[in-house]
Design a binder for this molecule. Sequence first.
Ligand SMILES: [Zn+2]
Length: 61
Amino acid sequence: MTTSAPAEHCHRCDRPITPPAATAAGHATSEGVVRYTRCGCGNPQIWLTPVEFDAARLLHR
Ligand SMILES: [Zn+2]
């Protein structure tokens, strides 16, 4: 994908928000992996990486 989403900004200090690294610690939920980052001003951000299915699953044969 080459979509360039507009940068998110902290609603408290208006600094650009940096997404967490893919290797950052997180915890899995039914919807994906939830990660947390914290802005330089101390405002926390919560990120959800949706679950990805990397292999086709046979449903019927
Ligand atoms: Zn901030």
